[in-house]
Write a new protein. Structure first.
Length: 125
């Protein structure tokens, strides 16, 4: 793998570190990926609906959950984006939130693709 490709992957998530935390249990990592694939989109929908309704408490909770899901995979950009939303929702910074939620959506989509590829490669191995 070229250094540029490795660097781009590291920018999305650090699965080597996540695996260390899981004591090298690749099966567990794949199960967590499946959990992310199932729950991530639903939580993002809750975040968007909460934003549209002006429900900052629910938006803050959804962002907190998404931050935790992303952190599971050392997905620092997605976790950081969710953390910013969590704080902005707590402070009810309504004008900033739509752009922040869409940034998080893009980060989560990148992460979803990255994790899906990883899991597919594990199925082949």
């Amino acid at each position: 793998m070229s250094p540029a490709v490795h660097s781009a992957e590291a920018a999305v998530a650090d699965l080597a570190t996540a695996l260390k935390r899981l004591r090298g249990d690749r099966q567990l990592l794949c199960e967590l990926i499946e959990f992310f694939e199932n729950d991530g989109p639903a939580l993002l929908t809750v975040a968007r609906e909460s934003l549209a309704a002006g429900d900052y408490v629910s938006l803050e909770r959804a962002a907190h959950s998404l931050k935790g899901l992303a952190a599971t995979f050392e997905a620092l950009p997605a976790a950081a984006a969710a953390g910013v939303i969590e704080e902005a929702a707590r402070e009810q910074r309504a004008k900033a939130l739509p752009a922040l939620v869409e940034l998080l959506a893009r980060q989560l989509e990148q992460l979803r693709g990255f994790l899906s590829t990883y899991r597919q490669n594990q199925d082949v191995a």
